[in-house]
Design a binder for this molecule. Structure first.
Ligand code: BDR
Ligand code: CA
Length: 312
């Protein structure tokens, strides 16, 4: 099975992704690393521990960055995920503790212990990956793949007309990740806005596997209410858990290759600017930028079926 580290800011859809990853035998989750984002990093760490205990797995958790690399922190997403990150359900505290080492150090050590074998799955702002690259640039060539939820190549943003939340929360970190020499696959709003997870699916998971289904269903109600109020849809978009499906069955998605750079200031801050493969631009910002695999199409039904089957 595929060795992965999940970097995360749980977060309701992060919880869906992590429990999905724990349940499939196709992935071997070597650790969770946490970041600020939906919630402050201490709470993200506590929530990651809750998820390991809920799933009954012995997976280490390492705490990561608390603030963006350069910009002033933006407000946390209480209005989307609740002030506890799990839809204000007052889940009991975990018993376990995070490792002593930082998220970035955990990533470096784990990648070096399994050269060429570890995939980094990133579900939040990208400060831990950027910090790991800064501390040990050689890991770029030792990682199998970086699969990240973030950005919008062609689609509108969800924080500004051009920016998606994970990228705008730390644009400098994201730009470092997209321009490093590892293989990045971007799962952004281009595909996640095509997939709506309905409450009925969560109800079926709850019926068949209450040990995690009850938590997922409870936590999701606040999130689904946010979508109902803000976007007038009945269900929630399938953001973070899409990365897990991609790691398992990449052909659920259709990919276009292109260079991605991130706007780091001004009105377009957080935009993932997409330069399709084959086009050349006489502008130095685009010199030598590696090709990202950008997901543009998705078989929505197949994706939702895989999620439901794995968690049921
Ligand atoms: C992303 O932002 C966060 O709120 C979600 O957890 C997801 O990672 C979607 O834009
Ligand atoms: Ca997230």
């Amino acid at each position: 099975s595929r060795k992965v580290i999940i970097d995360t800011d749980p977060g309701i859809d992060d919880a869906m992704a992590i429990l999905f990853a724990f349940e499939t035998e196709q992935l071997d989750v070597l650790g969770l690393t946490t970041t600020f984002g939906n919630v402050p990093v201490d709470l993200a760490t506590k929530n990651a521990l809750i998820l390991t205990e809920l799933a009954g797995v012995d997976v280490p958790v390492a705490k990561g960055v608390a603030v963006p690399l350069e910009i002033t922190p933006r407000p946390h997403a209480d209005f989307v995920h609740g002030s506890d990150g799990f839809g204000n359900i007052n889940w009991p505290d975990p018993k376990g503790k995070a490792l002593e080492i930082s998220a970035a150090q955990f990533i470096i050590d784990t990648v070096k212990a399994h050269p060429g074998e570890v995939t980094l799955i990133a579900l939040g702002p990208l400060g831990n990956l950027a910090t790991a690259l800064e501390m040990a640039p050689e890991i770029a060539d030792l990682v199998d793949e970086v699969i990240l939820m973030g950005g919008a190549a062609i689609e509108y943003g969800n924080v500004s007309p051009v920016a998606e939340a994970n990228i705008i929360n730390d644009p400098h970190a994201a730009d470092k990740v997209f321009t490093a020499s590892w293989q990045v696959t971007m799962i952004g709003l281009d595909v996640t806005h095509q997939v709506l997870l309905e409450n009925s699916l969560l109800e079926r998971i709850k019926e068949s596997r209450p040990e995690h289904g009850d938590f997922l269903h409870q936590a999701s109600q606040y999130y689904i209410q946010f979508y109902r109020d803000r976007l007038n849809v009945e269900g929630c978009f399938f953001h973070d858990a899409s990365t897990i499906a991609y790691a398992m069955e990449p052909d659920i998605f259709g990919i276009e290759l292109g260079a991605i750079r991130v706007a780091c200031e001004g009105i377009a801050i957080g935009q993932t600017i997409f330069a399709p493969e084959g086009m050349s631009f006489p502008e130095p910002h685009w010199d030598g930028v590696p090709m990202t695999q950008v997901c543009m199409e998705v078989d929505s039904q197949r994706l939702l079926n895989l999620f439901e089957k794995t968690l049921s």
